[in-house]
Ligand binder design. Structure first.
Ligand SMILES: Cc1cc2nc3c(=O)[nH]c(=O)nc-3n(C[C@H](O)[C@H](O)[C@H](O)COP(=O)(O)OP(=O)(O)OC[C@H]3O[C@@H](n4cnc5c(N)ncnc54)[C@H](O)[C@@H]3O)c2cc1C
Length: 510
């Protein structure tokens, strides 16, 4: 039986990303109709402002113009994450920091880590990436004449999550003919074989579809409540389980740093994200280690003002993921699928990747479902397991022991067997591509190098003879000189975005 009617439940960023991916792949078939169902009574999560570079490929493939994204979503460029105070202040000083840049730490394509490890010529490993200088100087990664979706260093975006959903929705409806309805699903009807048959709505109506995409957020309407697909709970390894989120307006002349700040505190960390019109901040903490009152005090300290009467919003976060992304005639994406705290902005990344995978693997007929489901389930589990390793890495290799939280995340919390093996291996050898056998290890060599050596991981320094050493030293010196000059030649991010806005206002037809 041909799959003709597809329902996406949820109008958050996961729902609309999925609508675009499915639309892109399936709208050429006139028999297929895709409907997105969204409740007016159940709000979207409304956070999620940081992305990774992968999003550029998807936006481009959906036919969304980069200018529209930047202007419509109050977006800024993100070239890196700046991790501050993730190391002991006694050893590394107050306000110690390192970057995980989106550019590889390989000067002119050469991995010179072996030389850096032995000599530590330039104290910060992060300086081996050209993006370091762009970040430190608050520059735009693009020139005014850079082609769409291309920069001099690699980048992603920060954006207003609600405006991003609107942009995706407009695109999906106009370009791919996605139907959009407002209904609240209050009952899910099942076939005899346990697959989903249809929905009953609060409005009294009901509707049946052939295939379902569950993007219902943390409520997990289909996978959690209806199909009862087990949730693999990871709260024993990722202890941060709560966030306080606050958005504050900014002035149009304020500098815009082109990175996410991730500032560690005694029981977690704070994200700080600049948009063109506002600043998004959030205190992420472990509720086992910090009370809500203390969290508010810590957040007030970060902001330099009392937030007692602010509209800071408390958001509980559950670390883990569903055992399956695909069950019978349903797939789950976004928060309904799983979540790990937002340290590396992995949520939209996983959603985007998995939505693309599902769209390309969408079976034509119901009978084909088991063939597709098995491989997608294996891939999704692999992705999640390795994402959890990467997030845990930021905590477990820290030398902070100043609070119970830091003692627990460094000494008490279990690591996966693979992470344990890798950390052991990297005591003796530098991470390289062959250490990451799977394509679905999304964060691999360059990311691990940035975090491990940003945090001074003690890999044994290899012997380096003068010939090789001089070559590496020369490469580093040339790279530093070139990167500084390149960053100096770029505009400040604020100026670049302001000029773009003025240019579009003058030149775009009314
Ligand atoms: C504190 C925090 C910070 C985050 N920061 C980042 C970040 O920096 N980067 C990143 O990539 N991600 C981040 N995320 C994750 C990001 O917010 C989500 O991935 C993204 O917003 C997608 O959410 P969603 O669409 O899955 O769910 P939601 O936004 O919650 O949408 C759920 C939708 O389902 C609908 N719905 C629910 N039940 C029903 C029903 N019964 N009938 C009809 N409709 C229904 C709702 O109306 C809504 O439209 C963060 C998350 C949290 C909690």
């Amino acid at each position: 039986m041909k799959i003709k009617r597809i329902a996406i439940v949820g109008g958050g960023n996961a729902g609309w990303l999925s609508a675009n991916h499915l639309g892109l792949e399936l709208s050429r078939d006139p028999e297929i109709e895709i409907t997105l169902i969204e409740s007016k009574d159940i709000p979207v999560i409304g956070v999620g402002e940081g992305t990774v570079p992968f999003i550029r490929n998807s936006l481009q493939s959906f036919g969304i113009s980069e200018v529209d994204l930047l202007l419509h979503c109050d977006a800024t460029f993100k070239t890196a994450i700046k991790f501050a105070n993730w190391m002991s202040t006694e050893k590394y000083g107050k306000d110690n920091f390192y970057y995980h840049t989106f550019d590889a730490p390989f000067p002119s394509g050469y991995d010179v880590t072996y030389y850096w490890l032995g000599k530590k010529t330039e104290a910060y490993y992060s300086k081996l990436s050209a993006a370091y200088y762009v970040a430190e100087r608050n520059r735009s990664p693009k020139r005014t004449d850079s082609p769409p979706y291309k920069g001099l260093v690699n980048y992603a975006y920060h954006f207003d999550a609600a405006k991003f959903a609107t942009l995706l929705a407009d695109n999906a409806k106009k370009k791919f003919g996605i139907k959009h309805i407002y209904e609240t699903v209050n009952h899910v009807m099942l076939h005899d074989d346990g697959s989903v048959k249809g929905f009953q709505y609060d409005s009294g109506g009901h509707e049946e579809f052939d295939f379902y995409i569950d993007c219902s957020g943390f409520s997990s309407l289909l996978f959690g409540k209806t199909l009862k697909v087990p949730f693999i709970d990871k709260s024993d390894i990722i202890l941060t389980d709560t966030a306080l989120a606050l958005q504050t307006p900014t002035d149009s002349y304020e500098e815009l740093f082109p990175y996410t700040k991730a500032v560690a505190h005694g029981a977690g960390w704070v994200w700080d994200i600049p948009l063109t019109t506002r600043r998004g901040t959030g205190l992420v903490y472990s509720s086992q280690h910090m009370s809500d009152d203390d969290a508010l005090k810590e957040f007030s300290k970060y902001h330099g003002r009392d937030l007692e009467n602010s509209n800071a919003r408390k958001i509980p976060m559950k670390a883990g993921f569903r055992e399956k992304i695909w069950e019978k005639n349903c797939v789950t994406l976004g928060l309904a699928h799983g979540f790990v705290e937002p340290l590396e902005a992995t949520s939209l990344f996983i959603t985007d990747f998995c939505a693309g995978m599902i769209a390309k693997k969408m079976p034509l007929h119901k009978e084909e479902i088991p063939v597709y489901a098995k491989s997608c389930n294996e891939i999704a589990t692999l992705i999640w397991e390795r994402i959890f390793d990467f997030i845990q890495l930021h905590y477990c290799i820290s030398d902070r022991r100043d609070t119970q939280f830091w003692r627990d995340v460094t000494e008490q919390v279990q690591l996966s067997d693979l992470l344990k093996e890798r950390l052991e291996l990297w005591k003796y050898s530098i991470p390289q591509r062959t250490d990451f056998a799977s394509t679905f290890d999304f964060f691999h060599t360059e990311s691990y190098l940035s975090v491990l050596y940003g945090m001074d991981y003690p890999t044994r320094a290899p012997a380096v003879n003068d010939l090789v050493g001089n070559f590496a030293k020369q490469k580093i010196l040339e790279h530093l000189e070139h990167s500084r000059k390149q960053a100096d030649s770029l505009m400040s991010q604020r100026k670049w975005l302001t000029e773009l806005k003025e240019y579009v206002a003058k030149n775009r037809p009314a």
